[in-house]
Structures are given as structure tokens and as C-alpha cells.
Design a protein around this ligand. Structure first.
Ligand code: PLP
Length: 401
């Protein structure tokens, strides 16, 4: 099949819920993707922050081969070694005490909401203590709980009624946060640096106040680091930047390096909320996905890997700032490590298409924000190549600002 045929058959047989770019990917190697005509592209999206080690990583391939010969799935009725091995690694880098595994980001979020409400219930923290605060520009996933924590009316309205008990706070607006916090709040969930919302970091002060209010009101602080966690921002977790620790941490995206795997990390006390039967999954925490996750964290811990992400991020940011200084329609450069964004005054989809034609895969979020989430193994040369391409494309943009 060629691209035209696949587009036609997808439109005939599949739901039309995705707006795809015209790229028919055959294979990948390191940070490069190859289409069916042999054309290569440098990848600055990583399957939306998943392929952190790029494509065809020899160590990962080796682990897959070994595990395939042993066991693919066993369910959570029985034991295999890799859940505990991966959990130990995750707890080591996060300072948390217990881990739960599921299949995706949105499932990790669902588990965290159940945990927060169940914790208040189990510990008799108050009859109506079941309300959850979330941020107005947040994205936590697509299931009912996660959608209920999404403020955007366009996404909510068609699917009403949603799960009750969610309230929205303006990001970095301390007064709004203080006004909306009370004893009925059992948790606040936030991305310390928002991803789908356009790469918007929470301020240190806002996070500090959230931590303090949670402590005062016996509420739980949930950090959604599904996109920002596991090295992406040049730290294992973005929360390390200010040393403000959550009670519950949700992870997914790169954890299974392309296999569906999510996780919830928390304290031993909070984890006790879920006794046998209270929460679970058929597929979550399977041997192959967990073994991949275990290998991934081992790689992150070797050779200053996370520090290198930080350094590449500084290099990349400097280059993006140069574009901002040169072009008035570039209004902002945001983010850290290899989670970066460049905001335009106009919709960015056409820029994404032109980058694709020039051999670079990038992405746009919230219409005007070009987002860069390359594999951690991206080289400075590849970053330089993308910025040169953007420079060339921008130089032909005629727009009155
Ligand atoms: N939370 C955040 C911060 C995300 O970025 C995403 C996905 O983009 C999710 C949750 C949902 O994850 P998933 O698509 O794996 O369900």
C-alpha cells in the first residue's frame, strides 16, 4: 500500500477521531523515521513523548527478544519478577514508597482519583471530603474521570453528565487556589509543567501554596508527570526543580518505551487504601512492559544520562530564543530539557507540514504552539538542523503582527 491507499482505507474503515499528518512510517532507527519511499525524517515528537530512547535501541531490542521467548502475559493473579524490579527502581528515583502499574496515562490518573477519594473515605477525613481541584488548562486524559478534570467545554459538553466533584483553578493564580480550597477538597491534581496545554510551567510559589493547603486541609497533592516525568525535563521528575513533593505521582508515556505502561507512585499509607479487589487491571504491569521499563530506568541511571538531557535542553532553548529574537511572530519560548515549545501568533499546522516536507517531524498543540519532544538521544547536530529549517521556513512567512 502507498500513502494514498492507506489514507483511503483508514477513512473507510476507521473512526475519524484523529487528524493525522501525511506521513506513512515504515521503520525507525535512533532519532530517524523512514517512510515507505525511503525518505528520512528527524523525529522531534517521539510518538508523543514515548520513544525516549529513539527507535531500534540495541539493548531494548535484546530485552524484547529475550522476554518474548519466556513470557508475554500472565495477569495479576500470578507473580513474575519485573513488576517488583521496576517498582524498586521507580521508588529509588522518586523517593516514593509503593507502586501500582496500569496501561496508560489516563488509567494512572483514574487510579489516582480513586485513591484520593478512597483515602479520605477510609480515614474518615470528613463526610463530603471528595471534591477534587484541577487546573483550567490541564490535560489528564480521555476517560470519564480524566475528562471531568479537563476544563475545556469543547471536550466536556458533548459527553455530559461528567463525574461530579471537580473544580477548576487558574494556573499560577494563588488567590484563586486559596479561594477554592476548603475542607471538602480531598485532592488537587496538576501537571507541574503542562504539556498538551502548551508547555506552561507552574510557578514555584503556586506549587508551594498548593503543598501547604493540602497539608492544612488533609488533602492529597497529585502531580501528573505523565509527559514531564522520567527524564524529559532534564531531571527524573520536574517536581525536583523546587523540591516540592507530591503525595501521589502519575507516570506513563516513556515508561514502557512503546508498550502500554502507566504507574501510580505514592506512600505506603496512601497505597493501603486499595486492599485486594479495590482496583486492578488485566494487562497492567505485564512482564514484557515492566522488563522494558526496568531496562529504561537502568539506562537513565547510567553515564549522566539525565544531565545530558538538561544540557541538550539548554542548547536547544538558546537556539529557539535566537528565532524569537529574529521573528516578531514568535512570541514565546517555554519549557525545559527536551520538553520545549515555541509560541506563534498564528496557527502552526502549516509550519509543521513544511517541516515534514523538509524532513523534520514536529507537532503543534493548542493551535499556535510548536512543541518539541525529541528522543533523549537527539544530537546537537539534529537540533541545529531543525532550527535552521525553522529559520528558513520562518523567513518566508509574511504576516503582520
Ligand atoms: N496526563 C498527561 C500530562 C498527558 O500528557 C497525557 C497524554 O498526553 C495523559 C495524562 C493521558 O495519557 P494517555 O494518553 O496515555 O492515556
Amino acid at each position: 500500500m502507498n500513502l494514498t491507499q492507506i489514507v483511503e482505507s483508514e477513512s473507510e474503515y476507521l473512526f475519524s477521531n484523529y487528524k493525522k499528518y501525511p506521513l506513512f512510517v515504515q521503520k525507525g532507527r535512533k532519532c530517524l523515521l523512514y517512510d515507505y519511499e525511503g525518505q528520512r525524517y528527524v523525529d522531534f515528537v517521539s510518538g508523543i513523548a514515548v520513544n525516549a530512547l529513539g527507535y531500534n535501541h540495541p539493548r531494548i531490542n535484546n530485552v524484547i527478544r529475550k522476554q518474548l521467548k519466556k513470557l508475554l502475559h500472565i495477569s495479576n493473579l500470578f507473580y513474575h519478577p519485573y513488576q517488583a524490579l521496576l517498582a524498586k527502581k521507580l521508588l529509588e528515583i522518586s523517593g516514593m514508597e509503593k507502586a501500582f502499574f496500569c496501561n496508560s496515562g489516563t488509567e494512572a490518573i483514574e487510579a489516582s482519583f480513586k485513591l484520593a477519594r478512597g483515602y479520605a473515605y477510609k480515614n474518615k477525613l470528613g463526610e463530603d471530603k471528595n471534591q477534587i481541584l484541577t487546573l483550567d488548562n490541564a490535560f489528564h486524559g480521555r476517560t470519564y474521570g480524566a475528562l471531568s478534570a479537563t476544563a475545556n467545554e469543547t471536550y466536556r459538553e458533548p459527553f455530559a453528565p461528567l463525574v461530579p466533584g471537580f473544580h477548576f483553578v487558574k494556573q499560577n493564580d494563588i488567590q484563586d487556589l486559596q479561594t477554592k480550597f476548603n475542607d471538602k477538597i480531598c485532592a488537587i491534581v496538576l501537571e507541574p509543567i503542562q504539556g498538551e496545554g502548551g508547555i506552561h510551567p507552574c510557578t514555584e510559589e503556586f506549587l508551594q501554596v498548593a503543598r501547604k493547603l493540602c497539608d492544612q486541609h488533609q488533602a492529597l497533592l497529585i502531580f501528573d508527570e505523565i509527559q514531564s516525568g522520567l527524564g524529559r525535563t532534564g531531571r527524573y521528575f520536574y517536581f525536583e526543580k523546587y523540591g516540592i513533593r507530591p503525595d501521589i505521582l502519575t507516570l506513563a508515556k516513556p515508561l514502557g518505551l512503546g508498550l502500554p505502561l502507566g504507574s501510580v507512585l505514592t506512600s505506603a499509607t496512601i497505597s493501603d487504601t486499595f486492599g485486594p479487589g479495590y482496583h486492578g487491571t488485566t494487562f497492567g504491569g505485564g512482564p514484557l512492559a515492566c522488563r522494558l521499563g526496568f531496562e529504561f530506568i537502568k539506562i537513565l541511571q547510567e553515564d549522566n544520562f539525565v544531565q545530558q538531557i538538561k544540557e541538550k535542553g539548554v542548547f536547544f532553548t538558546q537556539k529557539l530564543i535566537m528565532l524569537k529574537e529574529k521573528y516578531p511572530f514568535v512570541v514565546d519560548v517555554r519549557g525545559e530539557g527536551l520538553m520545549l515549545a515555541l509560541e506563534l501568533t498564528f496557527p502552526g499546522r502549516e509550519i509543521v507540514n513544511q517541516c515534514l516536507e523538509a524532513g523534520y517531524v514536529i507537532n503543534v498543540t493548542t493551535d499556535t504552539v510548536l512543541r518539541f519532544l525529541p528522543p533523549y538521544i537527539i544530537t546537537k547536530k539534529e537540533i541545529g538542523g531543525l532550527v535552521k529549517t525553522l529559520d528558513k521556513i520562518f523567513s518566508k512567512v509574511s504576516i503582520t503582527t
